[in-house]
Ligand binder design. Structure first.
Ligand code: IPM
Ligand code: MN
Length: 355
């Protein structure tokens, strides 16, 4: 099986972490049936400075022709708000990547980095956030009136709610989850009221999966009080943005958090959720695991290679017993650079795939 991967390194620590993701992809290409080809497609702030466009047409063409995209991070402090970010937002809209899958998993090895007390960790934290990724306040409906009025409208369509909620129920079913949680603000917002009704209606086809509703404000509290209680969590665009950062923090580091921007059956984009982190860019200290776990999601969701996904997960687990980047450091283990962490994981993976 031959697949084309578009590489969009982006800004800040993006290039550093993506280089480690490529190491993993090359290992997979060398040791399994899947043959991977790479093509760079620059997007974000750096390319904007050169060309005046954060998503140049040439890059977009490469992306559209690929089977999947490995994306680093975008954003630069010296650019006007939103200039670099518009690249990822356009890609989500134009490729109709309506699912944003964001795992929140606490590795046993990282319990020492979890800011929660043992009793709040319970049996462990293993949540999947299914964030709606094209509508809501991100639909880009709004503007300014002179400099005195600014508006963005929260738009949800029935079709948009149905497809993401169905995806979440199916995800829960496939992964044998016994419960699904919907997060909204139905006590105030009209789109949330429609969302909640659709969640209930579609739920009738999934009577084996327990269904519950939370308001976003309460959910933010319970996510740190009883995180072990959640399995699949489905929510709108902005709420999903916020709770996925909260979730990433409780599993030890934002550097561990991966994501997939997915349109099932079409070209999809995989990226760590940490952003460009300009304060640590160029120092070879960023954690590449968020990117490596995004490669895992790519294998599972775009290429249906669940076995490879499991092997990557195993390699990450083993690596956490041997060495750590500084954000997850442990005094008994060696502190590793970005490149060393990537080498460690890809060597472990190589040994696993060889047999
Ligand atoms: C994310 C990011 C983006 C978002 C930004 C960079 C536009 O925060 O992927 O979570 O708001 O969705
Ligand atoms: Mn975010």
């Amino acid at each position: 099986m031959k697949k084309k991967i578009a590489i969009t390194k982006g800004d800040g620590i993006g290039p550093e972490v993506v280089n480690e993701g490529i190491k993993i992809l090359k290992t997979i290409s060398n040791y399994t049936d899947i043959e991977l080809e790479f093509e760079e497609a620059p997007v974000g702030g750096n390319i904007w400075k050169k060309t005046g466009e954060s998503l140049p047409e040439k890059s977009f063409e490469i992306i559209k022709k690929s089977d999947a995209i490995l994306f680093g991070a975008i954003g630069m402090p010296d650019l006007p708000q939103g200039v670099a970010e518009s690249a990822i937002l356009r890609l989500r809209q134009e490729l109709d990547l309506y699912v944003n899958l964001r795992p929140i998993k606490l590795y046993d090895q990282l319990k020492d980095r979890c800011p929660l007390k043992e009793e709040f960790i319970g049996d462990g934290i293993d949540i999947i956030i299914v964030r709606e990724n094209t509508e809501g306040l991100y639909a880009n409906i709004g503007g300014f009136l002179k400099d005195e009025v600014a508006v963005n409208s929260m738009i949800y369509t029935k079709q948009g709610c149905e497809r993401i909620i169905k995806y979440a129920y199916e995800f829960a079913k496939i992964h044998k989850h016994t419960k699904i949680t919907s997060v909204d603000k139905a006590n105030v917002l009209k789109p949330s009221q429609m969302w909640r009704n659709i969640f209930k209606d579609i739920g009738e086809q999934y009577s084996n999966i327990e269904q519950e509703n939370y308001y976003i404000d309460a959910f933010c509290q319970w996510l740190i009080r009883t995180p072990y209680n959640f399995q699949t969590v489905v929510t709108g665009n902005l709420f999903g943005d916020i709770i996925s950062d909260e979730g990433a923090f409780i599993v030890g580091s934002l550097g561990m958090a991966s994501s997939g921007n997915i349109h099932p059956g079409q070209v999809s984009l995989y990226e760590p959720i940490h952003g460009s982190a300009p304060d640590i860019a160029g120092q070879n200290i960023a954690n590449p695991i968020g990117t490596i776990l995004s490669v895992k999601l790519m294998m599972e969701e775009s290429f249906n290679m669940q076995d490879i996904g499991k092997e990557i997960n195993k390699a990450v687990e083993i690596s956490l017993n041997k060495g750590r980047t500084i954000d997850i450091k442990n005094k008994e283990l060696k502190t590793l650079s970005t490149q060393e962490m990537g080498d460690l994981i890809s060597n472990i993976l190589k040994n696993q795939l060889k047999v």
